[in-house]
Design a protein around this ligand. Structure first.
Ligand SMILES: Cc1cc2nc3c(=O)[nH]c(=O)nc-3n(C[C@H](O)[C@H](O)[C@H](O)COP(=O)(O)OP(=O)(O)OC[C@H]3O[C@@H](n4cnc5c(N)ncnc54)[C@H](O)[C@@H]3O)c2cc1C
Length: 411
């Protein structure tokens, strides 16, 4: 019997397996697919130390009206998606009130602030330096008023959390980024963030490191998870896997898995798409086109454009309208070139209404733990919450551990 089973081999599960292994646990990492093939595969690849404040639900009536009428490319929705997530969206709305969002941000900033520090030894030990760039993340504005507002926000983030940035006029930015075709009103360059040119490959490289250090990676279906009396058991093609303890790191699928154990954890599932383009010039740094709600990242497979959120039913078919709309509108700023590879990828940001990941023991289930709900920043935060989970599993308890605990968040 393995000592600890980690279910789910995205960035969060792989990092959790590595952290437990480093603590001396004999760990089996199980997934129904190979490591790093789901959400951790298709994201924008940014290790976002600038994201000190989690993504709140906009509450301004004008903004909500724009979303409702489908006028913004940042967010689209379907009636079935909004209806199925209504309880979670209602909680998300309440948690996004300024005072509660500030409380969540005070916790979140402690996670994002150490994200690159926690990734660094894994990048080094897994031999992944060739995948990493340390050039920051840029927010590009066509609209001068929006630029001024973000410049002020960057100052506030620097004062409050120590987030580093540069504020540049459009001409200055174009000198640094010849891939831009036009001069924007201005750019806020968050300098501390890192990025990966293939997020799935980085996740796989971490999983390979886990195996080289003696860990076991197997196929198994979390749907078969059952308590045995002395621990936990799942079934896979290689047979039954038993373990004294199990950690669920199933990203957007974790809420459904917990439901089987009598726990209702409402999740806001924000779908996003990506496509690749054979752009004649690629940007040096990933950037957000703030007018069109898409991020551009230079990847090994081409220029990747990732979209904002689609609030749609988790199992609904692909409808990459945010990609096609952006394709029509971004040409003034960057020459995309032809789209390569088909069809567009999509995945789901695993968001919890309180905007904090859930890390700790599952109430009422002996030996069952969770590490999930990293929303917009799971690629960033995998190694950080993995370290926190191992601390909790060895009995540590600080206000930070308490804030992330399932019991606190479900209260
Ligand atoms: C468009 C987009 C852009 C993003 N950009 C960024 C970014 O730039 N930076 C950032 O930090 N984050 C970004 N994110 C968010 C980030 O990708 C996620 O938060 C993160 O990948 C979640 O990791 P995870 O390991 O929790 O989930 P996943 O990577 O989805 O891993 C969950 C694993 O569980 C497995 N699984 C599910 N069900 C079962 C089952 N029944 N049995 C066995 N295994 C199962 C899956 O196969 C999967 O491997 C983005 C997300 C999207 C959609």
């Amino acid at each position: 019997m393995s000592e600890t089973l980690v279910l789910g081999a995205g960035m969060v599960g792989v990092a959790t397996a590595l952290a437990l292994q480093a603590q001396g646990h004999a760990v089996t990492l199980a997934d129904r697919k190979a490591p790093g093939r789901e959400t951790s595969f298709g994201n924008a690849g940014v290790i976002q130390v600038e994201a000190a404040e989690p993504y709140a639900m906009p509450r301004a009536p004008g903004q909500l009206l724009r979303y409702g009428m489908g006028l913004s490319n940042d967010l689209v929705w379907s009636p079935a998606g909004v209806t199925s997530m209504a309880p979670a969206l209602w909680r998300y709305w309440r948690a996004s009130a300024p005072a509660r969002h500030a409380e969540a941000a005070a916790v979140y900033a402690q996670l994002t602030g150490r994200a690159t520090v926690d990734h660094a030894p894994l990048i080094d030990a897994s031999g992944s330096e060739n995948l990493i760039s340390r050039e920051g993340l840029a927010l590009v504005f066509r609209n001068p008023a929006a630029f001024d507002a973000e410049a002020a926000n960057a100052g506030r983030l620097a004062d409050t959390y120590g987030v580093t940035s540069r504020i540049l006029g459009g001409e200055d930015w174009r000198r640094e980024e010849p891939a831009l075709r036009a001069t924007p009103a201005g750019v806020v360059h968050y300098t501390g963030s890192w990025s990966a040119s293939d997020p799935g490959a980085l996740t796989r490289a971490y999983a390979d490191l886990f195996e080289r250090r003696g860990g076991r990676v197997v196929l198994a279906d979390a749907g078969s998870l059952a308590a045995t009396g002395s621990g936990w058991r799942v079934n896979g093609p290689e047979g039954v896997i038993e373990a004294a303890q199990t950690v669920l790191c199933l990203g957007p699928w974790t809420g459904a898995a917990l439901h089987r154990f009598g726990l209702r954890v409402p999740m806001v599932l924000k779908r996003g798409y990506h496509a690749h383009y054979d752009a004649p010039l690629r940007p040096r740094r990933p950037f957000l086109d703030t007018d069109n709600g898409v991020v551009f990242s230079a990847m090994r497979d081409g220029l990747r454009m990732t979209t904002g959120a689609a609030l749609v039913a988790h199992d609904s078919p692909a409808n990459p309208r945010q990609l096609t709309r952006a394709e029509r509108q971004v040409g003034d700023l960057i020459d995309l070139g032809p789209r390569t590879g088909t069809p567009p990828w999509f995945g789901t940001r695993p968001c919890l209404p309180g905007m904090l990941p859930m890390v700790g023991p599952v109430p009422g289930q002996n030996g069952l733990w969770v590490n999930f709900g990293h929303g917009h920043q799971g690629f960033t935060l995998g190694p950080t919450t993995a370290a926190l989970l191992t601390e909790v599993m060895t009995g540590a308890r600080t206000p930070l551990h308490d804030a992330l605990a399932p019991a606190t968040q479900l209260a």
